[in-house]
Design a protein around this ligand. Structure first.
Ligand code: ZN
Length: 132
Protein backbone atom coordinates (compact mmCIF):
# COMPACT_ATOMS: atom_id res chain seq x y z
CA UNK A 1 0.00 0.00 0.00
CA UNK A 2 1.37 3.37 -0.98
CA UNK A 3 1.01 6.74 0.60
CA UNK A 4 -2.33 8.19 1.60
CA UNK A 5 -2.86 11.52 -0.10
CA UNK A 6 -5.52 14.11 0.38
CA UNK A 7 -7.57 14.93 -2.69
CA UNK A 8 -6.66 18.62 -2.64
CA UNK A 9 -2.99 18.23 -1.79
CA UNK A 10 -1.69 18.72 -5.37
CA UNK A 11 -0.59 15.07 -5.53
CA UNK A 12 -1.21 15.12 -9.29
CA UNK A 13 1.63 17.63 -9.71
CA UNK A 14 4.21 15.25 -8.26
CA UNK A 15 5.95 12.35 -9.92
CA UNK A 16 5.33 8.78 -8.87
CA UNK A 17 7.80 5.95 -8.90
CA UNK A 18 6.28 2.49 -8.88
CA UNK A 19 7.67 0.26 -6.13
CA UNK A 20 6.66 -2.82 -8.07
CA UNK A 21 8.09 -2.28 -11.57
CA UNK A 22 10.13 0.89 -11.17
CA UNK A 23 8.42 2.96 -13.82
CA UNK A 24 7.65 6.59 -13.01
CA UNK A 25 5.36 9.28 -14.28
CA UNK A 26 2.47 11.54 -13.48
CA UNK A 27 -1.05 10.62 -12.51
CA UNK A 28 -4.11 12.82 -12.44
CA UNK A 29 -7.74 13.08 -11.45
CA UNK A 30 -8.62 10.94 -14.49
CA UNK A 31 -6.74 8.03 -12.93
CA UNK A 32 -8.97 7.93 -9.88
CA UNK A 33 -11.70 5.40 -9.44
CA UNK A 34 -14.71 7.53 -8.52
CA UNK A 35 -16.97 4.55 -8.11
CA UNK A 36 -15.24 3.65 -4.91
CA UNK A 37 -15.73 5.65 -1.78
CA UNK A 38 -14.21 7.13 0.36
CA UNK A 39 -10.85 6.74 -1.33
CA UNK A 40 -9.32 5.61 -4.58
CA UNK A 41 -6.20 3.61 -5.18
CA UNK A 42 -3.97 4.98 -7.91
CA UNK A 43 -2.63 2.12 -9.95
CA UNK A 44 0.60 1.95 -11.88
CA UNK A 45 -0.35 2.35 -15.56
CA UNK A 46 2.17 -0.34 -16.46
CA UNK A 47 1.87 -3.13 -13.88
CA UNK A 48 -1.33 -2.11 -12.02
CA UNK A 49 0.44 -2.22 -8.69
CA UNK A 50 -0.87 0.35 -6.22
CA UNK A 51 1.07 3.61 -6.10
CA UNK A 52 -0.91 5.50 -3.50
CA UNK A 53 -4.34 6.07 -2.07
CA UNK A 54 -6.15 9.34 -2.66
CA UNK A 55 -8.70 10.07 -0.02
CA UNK A 56 -11.83 11.76 -1.31
CA UNK A 57 -12.68 15.02 0.45
CA UNK A 58 -15.52 15.57 2.85
CA UNK A 59 -17.49 18.80 2.73
CA UNK A 60 -15.15 20.52 5.20
CA UNK A 61 -12.05 19.66 3.15
CA UNK A 62 -13.77 20.97 0.04
CA UNK A 63 -14.84 24.24 1.64
CA UNK A 64 -11.36 24.79 3.03
CA UNK A 65 -9.69 24.10 -0.31
CA UNK A 66 -12.23 26.30 -2.13
CA UNK A 67 -11.48 29.13 0.29
CA UNK A 68 -7.81 28.75 -0.65
CA UNK A 69 -8.70 29.08 -4.32
CA UNK A 70 -8.39 25.43 -5.34
CA UNK A 71 -10.11 25.22 -8.74
CA UNK A 72 -11.25 21.64 -8.23
CA UNK A 73 -12.78 22.49 -4.90
CA UNK A 74 -14.60 25.55 -6.19
CA UNK A 75 -16.56 23.43 -8.65
CA UNK A 76 -16.87 20.34 -6.44
CA UNK A 77 -19.42 21.19 -3.72
CA UNK A 78 -22.47 20.84 -5.97
CA UNK A 79 -21.50 17.36 -7.08
CA UNK A 80 -20.64 16.34 -3.57
CA UNK A 81 -23.95 17.55 -2.16
CA UNK A 82 -25.83 15.82 -4.93
CA UNK A 83 -24.06 12.58 -4.13
CA UNK A 84 -24.93 12.83 -0.44
CA UNK A 85 -28.53 13.78 -1.14
CA UNK A 86 -28.90 11.00 -3.65
CA UNK A 87 -27.74 8.50 -1.07
CA UNK A 88 -30.25 9.84 1.44
CA UNK A 89 -33.09 9.77 -1.08
CA UNK A 90 -32.37 6.12 -1.70
CA UNK A 91 -32.48 5.42 2.01
CA UNK A 92 -35.70 7.40 2.46
CA UNK A 93 -37.42 5.30 -0.16
CA UNK A 94 -37.04 2.38 2.17
CA UNK A 95 -38.24 4.17 5.24
CA UNK A 96 -39.21 1.05 7.14
CA UNK A 97 -35.87 -0.51 6.39
CA UNK A 98 -33.85 2.56 7.19
CA UNK A 99 -32.17 1.16 10.24
CA UNK A 100 -31.17 -1.95 8.38
CA UNK A 101 -29.89 0.20 5.53
CA UNK A 102 -27.94 2.29 8.01
CA UNK A 103 -26.35 -0.78 9.54
CA UNK A 104 -25.45 -2.22 6.17
CA UNK A 105 -24.05 1.16 5.16
CA UNK A 106 -21.85 1.23 8.21
CA UNK A 107 -20.78 -2.36 7.67
CA UNK A 108 -20.01 -1.69 4.06
CA UNK A 109 -18.02 1.37 5.00
CA UNK A 110 -16.08 -0.54 7.62
CA UNK A 111 -15.36 -3.42 5.23
CA UNK A 112 -14.30 -1.01 2.57
CA UNK A 113 -11.83 0.75 4.84
CA UNK A 114 -10.41 -2.59 5.90
CA UNK A 115 -10.10 -3.83 2.34
CA UNK A 116 -8.18 -0.68 1.45
CA UNK A 117 -5.88 -1.27 4.39
CA UNK A 118 -6.38 2.25 5.68
CA UNK A 119 -5.64 2.70 9.33
CA UNK A 120 -8.30 4.16 11.66
CA UNK A 121 -6.56 7.52 11.94
CA UNK A 122 -7.30 8.18 8.26
CA UNK A 123 -10.97 7.28 8.58
CA UNK A 124 -12.23 10.84 8.50
CA UNK A 125 -15.12 10.39 6.12
CA UNK A 126 -18.32 8.97 7.47
CA UNK A 127 -21.93 8.97 6.49
CA UNK A 128 -23.88 11.58 8.36
CA UNK A 129 -27.34 12.85 7.73
CA UNK A 130 -27.28 16.35 6.22
CA UNK A 131 -29.23 18.93 8.19
CA UNK A 132 -32.06 20.87 6.63
ZN1 ZN B 1 4.45 -0.53 -11.88
Amino acid sequence: MGRVLLYYSAWQEGKFQCQHCGCSGNVGFADLDYSSNPASIIECPKCYGSLAVVEFPNMKDTQKAAAQGNAEAVTAPLGFNQRVNHTWRLLERFEQKKILAWISCRNWEENHWSSLGISPKYRTVSITRPSG
